[in-house]
Write a protein that binds this ligand. Structure first.
Ligand code: NAG
Ligand code: NAG
Ligand code: NAG
Ligand code: NAG
Ligand code: NAG
Ligand code: NAG
Ligand code: NAG
Ligand code: NAG
Ligand code: NAG
Ligand code: NAG
Ligand code: NAG
Length: 354
């Protein structure tokens, strides 16, 4: 007769104890988060009660073994200061999404402990008066959205060096200290989305922009950028949107733009560009073409008359000559898509389509 096997029970006991230890620690972290934030939206935290499983809390996602992987609380009218010192103790956290709220206060150094993060969205918040800390340790990031969140000071561009898997980078609409175009971005060859408008970028676009061949969206508008637009921009054949308006770019439209045939949204308005539009003759997927307030000249290419998707065209305050293409915007007109206004100041002609 052998003795009853006792070891499995001990092991099971240890496992349960350890497991619920994690759960109660995670619960404490979430309760701390709940008490740090206020919201007018009463639905958000109603499920955040200690009687419920944390993986059932609104906005929380877990792995199959109940480790928290995601906190998704964007658009929840939240105010308060994020307790990152505790949040970043969550060992499996891959997504932290607090966009479109009213959060304020410092984003502390503790953010660097969230090393598993793949997705960080703090965009559209009120971190006015604070700068972004050094975050090189977040090397797994694929999405980094900090646009329109009030951050100022010097952005830690060097931190991007370690984020080689970055797919989407949105830092625009922040009053950062003026900076040249960050070279660290030029190494992020998996980027499809780059939003760096209105964040005090100065000087030229480096030729190496042509390395970012996966880009679908490139926005550098409302900065203080100068000199010519590099011809290497013609390598970005996947571009759907290219926005460089409100800068001080000069020179001609670079040769090679003709190859960007996937472009639908194109805005170079409010610069000092000169020369004619012949490079744009083949961009027949254009939906919106904005070139107003430049020093462009020559005839509007006849091919524009065949751009069947074109609904918005603004060419005013340039020096174009000659007739407008036959059929221009007639496609849009027959589809009743938009009200379009074209002003040729040099010809003193007004065309209204509706
Ligand atoms: C956020 O607050 C505004 C105004 O206080 C309100 O109109 C809106 O419905 C709120 N949104 C949510 C998701 O509660
Ligand atoms: C989560 O909530 C659902 C329904 O509200 C419930 O059926 C389920 O048992 C809960 N899961 C846990 C782990 O508490
Ligand atoms: C860059 O990421 C690697 C892991 O991918 C990490 O070992 C290294 O410490 C990171 N560098 C910095 C400066 O944090
Ligand atoms: C900020 O970036 C996110 C992701 O790219 C985007 O959804 C949002 O519209 C951006 N905000 C502005 C003001 O462009
Ligand atoms: C870049 O994307 C490719 C294809 O999706 C992927 O195989 C590769 O691992 C990515 N590079 C990095 C550094 O994540
Ligand atoms: C530029 O960013 C500031 C915030 O830094 C914002 O208030 C302003 O509306 C933005 N300008 C444009 C044209 O979007
Ligand atoms: C652009 O630079 C000029 C001087 O170099 C400065 O006066 C102006 O405020 C800057 N504009 C922006 C939007 O940064
Ligand atoms: C360009 O900047 C001016 C002021 O700097 C602003 O009034 C205008 O709205 C901006 N244009 C666009 C298209 O954002
Ligand atoms: C456009 O693309 C074609 C095919 O890839 C290439 O041969 C040509 O040199 C490019 N044209 C310009 C002006 O860059
Ligand atoms: C516009 O398309 C028609 C029909 O495909 C073609 O005959 C004409 O040559 C085109 N016009 C221009 C300027 O490309
Ligand atoms: C065209 O212009 C109108 C009026 O400014 C605007 O509401 C609409 O979003 C624009 N459409 C595109 C595709 O840019």
């Amino acid at each position: 007769m052998s003795r009853p096997p006792i070891y499995p029970f001990i092991l099971l006991f240890c496992f349960l104890h350890f497991h619920s230890g994690i759960q109660s620690n995670d619960l404490q972290i979430l309760m701390k988060l709940k008490s740090a934030l206020q919201t007018s939206n009463t639905n958000v935290f109603s499920s955040w009660e200690s009687g419920n499983s944390i993986c059932n809390f609104t906005g929380i996602s877990c792995t199959s073994d109940d480790s928290i992987t995601e906190i998704e609380l964007s658009y929840q009218n939240l105010t308060g200061v994020l307790p990152l010192d505790s949040i970043c103790q969550l060992q499996s956290l891959e997504k932290l999404s607090f966009g479109f709220n009213h959060l304020h206060g410092p984003i502390m150094d503790d953010l660097k402990n969230c090393v598993k993060l793949q997705y960080l969205d703090l965009s559209h918040n009120l971190f006015t008066g604070w700068s972004v800390p050094e975050i090189s340790s977040l090397s797994q990031l694929r999405y980094l959205h900090l646009n329109l969140s009030g951050f100022s000071g010097t952005f830690p561009w060097k931190s991007l060096q370690n984020m080689t898997g970055l797919v989407s980078l949105s830092l625009g609409d922040n009053p950062f200290n003026p900076s040249p175009f960050p070279n660290e971005v030029l190494l992020l060859t998996n980027l499809t989305w780059l939003y760096l408008s209105n964040c005090s970028i100065q000087g030229t676009i480096p030729a190496e922009i042509g390395n970012l061949k996966e880009l679908i969206n490139l926005e550098l508008a409302d900065n203080n950028m100068t000199v010519k637009i590099p011809v290497e921009i013609g390598n970005l054949v996947n571009l759907w949107q290219l926005e460089l308006y409100n800068n001080s770019f000069a020179g001609k439209l670079p040769i090679g733009l003709r190859n960007l045939t996937k472009l639908e949204m194109f805005d170079f308005s409010n610069n000092y560009l000169e020369g004619d539009l012949s490079e744009l003759r083949f961009l027949n997927n254009l939906v919106s073409l904005q070139l107003y307030q430049n020093e462009l000249s020559g005839q509007v290419p006849a091919e524009f008359g065949n751009f069947t998707k074109l609904v918005n065209l603004s060419l005013y305050r340039n020096s174009f000559t000659g007739p407008l293409p036959h059929n221009l915007l007639s496609w849009a007109k027959t589809n009743f898509i938009e009200v379009v206004l074209v002003i040729f100041s040099s010809l003193c002609n007004l065309f209204f389509f509706s």
